[in-house]
Design a protein around this ligand. Structure first.
Ligand code: ADP
Ligand code: G6P
Length: 730
């Protein structure tokens, strides 16, 4: 584990939950993947775990804290204070009635009440307050899961320099589903307060990025997003388990060995299948029971020779959906046992409680098949725990393709849990699988589970969090003009690259009005006619516009359409840097763009040789931005099989080939002018970031305007850029 920095883990659920009994309150182990995964990490590393103790607020704070202290081992528990009733309301409201069902793609189970949103906001604020009270300079804050999606931004509001990561333990749904969530935009903004957001799978991460684009209109890259001057890193980090504890229970623990012997006696001559879940509708327990019924109907010879042991720990019992599910499962188990059972044999052994680790390890160890078929799951740790306990490699994992674990457990028999025939087919195959195949699959699964240890997972998250460049470190500094001028004068050869719109001239609503003023042309000419200088204007503009506005400036290199076309000094012809013919996708998207022009009069299409642009500068900014997000997302999907991508610029959506970018041309100019000791690039837009990225740390990279940028320096506006050019041109 990485040393030094103190870790503050923040989650709704602490690893122990306080519950009232006849003789007062007791601490019992919490159920669920989050607590199981994080507890060994804090035991190993130490730190604080901040969370809700599970009480209803009627327990005195001193008594609560005393109970928590006596339950903690090697790290401290800090309880978040809630007034009576507010903790349970926070827990059973928006978090578990709205977000949980929706994120697991059960929109029909979503239940939303406006008051529950207020409880969610207040609850998140209480967590953020508690963290702020406990936090010391240099602490790392790691917030977990869907209950606390507003907390990252709330913490950042209090302290812009806070170092806070967030991990989502449940799936992030597709944007069509997420968009049903009331206050979804605020949830996204809340998350973007984090420096790092981790997901179990790339698929969840991509869903999140699509939501940012469609709902907030924010562009992101594969691994980062910038919002309101703050940078958030995005990462897919599948969680692991701590396999050694379970493995050593099976290999060398006396108590576990005793339980294993007992189980062998009890189920002698029977094929044992195991299922272990929290009692949750996402876990597919009724579907599993129905499939087992169908299986036993089809395979009467296996009756009395096979048993499904279902361990299910009750969960969220104050929520109606969970009570209904519990009754439904009881009834089904009763029906099926009634239908097929005989004296001394029941096809389903239903244990409706939590079991301890030795019992769990023993059950996994004696079971031939693990039947892990959630309808949707962030990861699913049970699948991994089963493999860790199969020390003899003799067992088969049947796994839902809708569990995050499926992405990394390809040797399991993957099934669609909604397809009963497919599931029973997989159970049949598992029970008949030849020993060599079982061993081959299981040993590979087990190796991978051992490799992705939960400690490594935590270490990776913490490293990524520690190394995130904060927005503060990436905000360009005000340009020191005399420093730049002296470097310029001291160099024998210089390369100077300028963007056009927004850099040399102000952005105009009508692109045709962005004509270069005479003063600019004179100043540029003075620079470009110096034989020591190579001066280039690289623009997204069409070659025709650049020829008209800058074509007569002597010695100036012009690049149009982001570098797809260039015109070298002294040459009136434009050349292309590629052999790729002009694209055919333009015809595909023309009618879509036209549809947007029809919906939004005042917007218009600009067609260039290699790209097409939809301009919405004259629309109401909010409406225009909203349409632009929708259009970008639509085009992104439509063009996925081409080399073209939609990119949002300032009040435009531009579709252009990926190879046409300012970075590629900057790199080419650098290699043609390797002896240029002074290098300058000035730009204002996202497309100019590629230019900055292509230059080294000694180059003068200048962002025009405010905001996060790869550039080292900033200038306020085009007027400041022109003054700089005049200074250099002397
Ligand atoms: P979730 O987090 O949705 O509950 P996971 O499969 O990721 O699902 O994690 C569940 C964790 O809870 C596992 O560590 C599992 O062993 C444990 N667990 C589930 N049911 C029981 C039970 N009845 N008794 C003991 N532990 C259980
Ligand atoms: C899942 C969630 C956790 C939650 C756990 C148990 O694993 O991702 O955040 O703690 O279920 O649910 P509970 O409602 O008891 O906290």
């Amino acid at each position: 584990m990485s040393e030094a920095k103190r870790l503050l883990v923040v989650s709704n659920r602490l690893p122990v939950t306080l519950t009232p009994g006849d003789d007062g309150w007791h601490a019992r182990a919490s159920s669920g993947g989050l607590a199981t995964a994080m507890e060994p990490i804090l035991k190993e590393r130490g730190g604080l775990w901040i969370g809700w103790a599970g009480d209803d607020g009627s327990l005195a704070a001193e008594e609560r804290d005393r109970l928590l202290d006596s339950a903690s081992q090697g790290f401290s528990f800090v309880a978040v204070d809630f007034p009576p009733g507010e903790g349970p309301a926070f827990y059973t409201g928006y978090s578990n009635r709205s977000v949980w069902p929706l994120f697991h793609v059960f929109p029909s189970r979503m239940d939303f009440e406006p008051g529950s949103w207020r409880d969610y906001v207040n609850g998140n604020r209480r967590f953020a307050d508690r963290v702020a009270e406990c936090k010391r300079e240099g602490d790392l804050i790691w917030i977990h899961d869907y209950h606390l999606m507003l907390a990252p931004a709330m913490l950042r509001e209090r302290d812009a320099g806070v170092r806070a990561g967030f991990f989502l333990h449940i799936p992030f749904p597709p944007s069509e589903v997420f968009s049903l969530l009331p206050h979804g935009d605020e949830v996204l903004e809340g998350l973007l307060g984090a420096d790092l957001i981790g997901f179990h799978t790339h698929n969840h991460l991509q869903n999140f990025r699509t939501c940012l684009l469609r709902i907030l209109g924010i562009e992101s890259t594969l691994d980062r997003v910038e919002y309101r001057g703050h940078l958030t890193k995005l990462q897919a980090l599948p969680i692991g388990i701590e396999p050694d504890g379970l493995t050593s229970l099976v290999e060398s623990d006396e108590t576990t060995a005793g339980i294993i012997r007992e189980l062998h006696r009890e189920y002698d001559g029977q094929r044992v299948l195991i299922a272990v879940d929290r009692l949750d509708y996402t876990k597919g327990i009724p579907e599993r029971f129905r499939a087992w019924r169908a299986f036993l109907k089809a395979r009467p010879e296996l009756r009395q020779k096979a048993v499904l042991i279902q361990v299910a720990v009750p969960s969220r019992e104050d929520i109606d959906e969970y009570q209904d599910l519990s009754s439904q499962i009881n009834e089904l188990a009763g029906e099926i046992n009634g239908e097929f059972g005989t004296t001394g044999w029941h096809p389903i052994v239903y244990l409706r409680h939590s079991i301890d680790r030795p019992n769990l390890a023993a059950l996994y160890a004696v079971s031939e098949v693990a039947w892990v078929t959630p309808l949707r799951d962030g990861m699913n740790l049970v699948a991994k725990e089963y493999c860790a306990c199969k020390v003899d490699d003799d067992g088969v994992l049947v796994l839902s393709q809708f569990a995050g674990a499926a992405a990394e457990m390809g040797e399991a028999l993957l099934v669609n849990p909604y397809d009963e025939e497919q599931v029973t087919g997989a159970i049949e195959r598992a029970l008949n699988m030849p020993p060599e195949e079982r061993a081959r699959r299981m040993s590979q699964l087990r190796e991978r589970v051992a490799r992705n240890h939960v400690f490594d997972w935590a270490e990776r998250f913490i490293k990524a969090l520690e190394t995130v460049e904060t927005a503060a470190t990436r905000l360009p500094l005000d340009l020191d003009v005399p420093l730049l001028a002296s470097a310029y004068r001291g160099a024998e050869k210089r390369l100077l690259i300028f963007d056009y719109d927004g850099t040399l001239v102000r952005i105009a609503d009508d692109p045709a009005k962005a004509k270069a003023p005479g003063g600019l042309i004179d100043s540029l000419s003075r620079l470009s006619s110096d034989p020591r200088n190579v001066v280039a204007v690289i623009s997204g503009r069409m070659s025709r516009d650049l020829t008209e506005w800058l074509g007569s400036t002597p010695g100036l290199l012009l690049a149009a359409e982001h570098g797809a076309l260039i015109r070298r000094p002294g040459n009136s012809e434009w050349e292309t840097l590629t052999t790729v013919p002009p694209p055919d996708w333009k015809t595909r998207i023309r009618s879509i763009l036209q549809h947007y022009v029809d919906r939004a009069p005042g917007s218009f299409i600009e067609e260039k040789e290699y790209s097409v642009v939809w301009h919405y500068g004259r629309l109401d900014p909010e409406f225009g931005g909203w349409l632009a997000s929708e259009l970008t997302a639509t085009l992104d999907g439509l063009l996925s099989d081409t080399d073209a991508r939609p990119v949002r610029g300032k009040r435009i959506v531009e579709v252009r080939p990926v190879w046409a970018n300012k970075g590629a041309l900057t790199a080419q100019l650098l290699s043609e002018n390797a002896d240029a000791r002074f290098r300058l690039a000035v730009g204002d837009d996202t497309t100019d970031e590629d230019m900055f990225a292509a230059l080294d740390a000694e180059s003068f990279t200048i962002r025009v305007g405010r905001g996060y940028s790869l550039a080292r320096f900033r200038l306020a506006d085009p007027a400041a850029v022109i003054r700089l050019i005049q200074t250099l041109g002397g």
